[in-house]
Ligand binder design. Sequence first.
Ligand code: ATP
Ligand code: MG
Length: 272
Amino acid sequence: MLDQTRLSHIPQIPATHRNAPPVMSVRHLDLFYGAKQALDDVSFDLYPSEILAFIGPSGCGKSTALKCLNRMHDDTRGVRITGDITMGGKDIHGRDIDPPVHRRRFGWVAQKPNPFPASIWDNVAYGARIHGLMRNRADLADHVEHCLRRADLWHEVKDVLHTREGTSLSGGQQQRLCIARALSNQPEVLLMDEPTGSIDPIATQHVEELMLMLRADHSIVVITHSLMQARRIADRVGYFHLGKLLEIGPSAEIFANPQTPECRAFLAGRHG
Ligand SMILES: Nc1ncnc2c1ncn2[C@@H]1O[C@H](COP(=O)(O)OP(=O)(O)OP(=O)(O)O)[C@@H](O)[C@H]1O
Ligand SMILES: [Mg+2]
């Protein structure tokens, strides 16, 4: 169960975000790893202040699709992508797009907490530093505190920012540190690939609450193998199957009334 006291603080979605145009639109996306097709005609929109969960059996293209959004495949040899992805109406592969600038608009959280082997401070300051987002050290200090507070880690680490390595924290704390680090470059979109896949149930609950808090200011795409988690936190759910996005819609509708036999079987636990 989510903590009801903490949940009472979950911010409402800003009214301006309702009926707002999508932050990103993906149309007819195909992706090939060499000769192997991993995505097949995938189309979806991502809206402001929503949590969109990707579910589906292992190997069906969820991570591959997520990595397309922030152009993480750019440096992978043999990857070929066709179709359109726009962000704020602009083609993300357009000539006028500088990939590092594009990537700064995203925060990435992986399944396994992966803090840098550096101090807690350096882990969080890194993103703001490399992008030159803060004018001076005082602003950077405020920013590090802000990110750690948003990841609900500040009170646990404020006295050891410079003396403890990120890697010395507990698994759940490390994952919240990685969330703070992902917030450091002031992203619009958070991409989370099974962010609770390797932490315990209490830490999972904590991260789920954080995601609901962060949704007010970010669009979040999260991959999860936990259908319970998708039910608890997702506004919309997309079901991937063999590289196709077979269904996407409001979470309550997908869970109550899946349209395809594949999704129905998956939700009934007869798949992956
Ligand atoms: N770098 C790569 N080179 C070649 N094939 C790849 C590469 N990455 C993924 N694939 C293949 O593409 C398909 C989709 O993989 P992907 O990692 O997107 O699946 P997934 O839905 O995220 O699975 P899981 O739930 O196990 O994480 C799989 O068949 C996988 O083996
Ligand atoms: Mg994956």
